[in-house]
Design a protein around this ligand. Sequence first.
Ligand code: NI
Length: 255
Amino acid sequence: MKTFFSSLLTALLFLGTSAFVTSCTPGGGKKKSAATEAAPVGELQPLPTSIGTKDSYSRVDTSLPFVALTFDDGPHPKNTPRLLDILKERNVKATFYVVAPNVKRYPEIMRRIIAEGHEIGNHTVTHGNLTKMSEAAVKREFTETHDAIVAATGVAPRTMRPPYGAITTAQKAWIRRDLGYPTILWSVDPEDWKKPGSSVVTSRLVSGASPGGILLVHDIHASSIDAIPAAVDQLLARGYQFVTVTQLIAMDGKG
Ligand code: NI
């Protein structure tokens, strides 16, 4: 019996694989991505289907006390693991907008981010100003980063953030249509990258937060990470709960 069932299983797996290959290669012209070689599981991830109804979010419409904490430009070999420890101690989930070179350099940190229940978003390869790039160049920025994230983690990002928040209305529309990504901006910018001191960053995050807010921080700076324990503790004390960006978007317009 065991043999019969394992043969059946093998047959089913074979059929499943064939069906997948057939359905996924209609033109046959799709370039094989790095993801398909490095992480077979990544191949089973669908392209991101659009979430939410808008091309862009800098906050979400809700009266409920939910906010999304987002960290840009990493992962960083020291600061990101320290941040993950801080978040884990408090059972707080965040969203990480990563750049492809760091994804490739630190795949194990990428896997830790996913394993601990956080979310990953696309933050391009070169961290350039998208408004000054051709459509083909912008597409390359996002698809290369998408593939690197899937290769490292097996999980496809669902949202993107343009470097510096620089993006045109037309770009937001075609990126959502062609790549499936809504543009994620922010409602609170503590300007942590200017290193104003961790207590200043903490108080800007806490005073800036409101229901449906998206908080911007950079996990490549040690001083930014220093601001997080107090910011999270104070927001929790005020009744806020932390959700990922896609969870927050799911609450848009729902009370
Ligand atoms: Ni950035």
